[in-house]
Design a protein around this ligand. Structure first.
Ligand code: FES
Length: 136
């Protein structure tokens, strides 16, 4: 079952990823529940879900149970440092955030956050104290 889910995730990632061999590399800073910071690399334009699907250390922090379809809120994070061109959540994203674990004004879905070019600032997010999974 777990292998099947991983295969589906890889398939979805390959069809949604914006990365290419020419994509610029950057990173996101993830602060865990204990306050430790992890620097996780990806390509400019990758979502935090893309990083999970690619098997980076982001998978330690986010479940992404619906594979980036905005159906679960298990990718909920708090944005601690927003790149200068970061837009606010869409109405659809906000609806999912409303039922996430302890949402705040800084809440976003990781599957909707893209790694910006470094010239726009470094995205820094924090893992919430828990998750709510309405997808299962
Ligand atoms: S991965 Fe499910 S809402 Fe983002």
């Amino acid at each position: 079952m777990l292998q099947r889910a991983a295969a589906v995730t890889r398939m979805l990632c390959s069809s949604t990823s914006t990365s290419s061999s020419a994509a610029a590399t950057t990173y996101v800073l993830m602060v865990d529940r204990d306050g430790n910071t992890d620097q996780i690399y990806g390509n400019v334009g990758d979502t935090l879900f893309d990083l999970v699907a690619k098997g980076t250390d982001m998978a330690k922090y986010l479940d992404c149970a619906c594979a980036g379809k905005m159906l679960c809120s298990t990718c909920h994070v708090y944005v601690l440092n927003a790149p200068k061109n970061l837009k606010g959540p869409s109405e659809e994203e906000q609806d999912m955030l409303d039922i996430a674990y302890e949402p705040t004004e800084q809440s976003r879905l990781g599957c909707q956050l893209r790694l910006p070019p470094p010239s726009e600032g470094i995205l820094k997010v924090q893992q919430p104290g828990g998750t709510v999974n309405h997808f299962r």
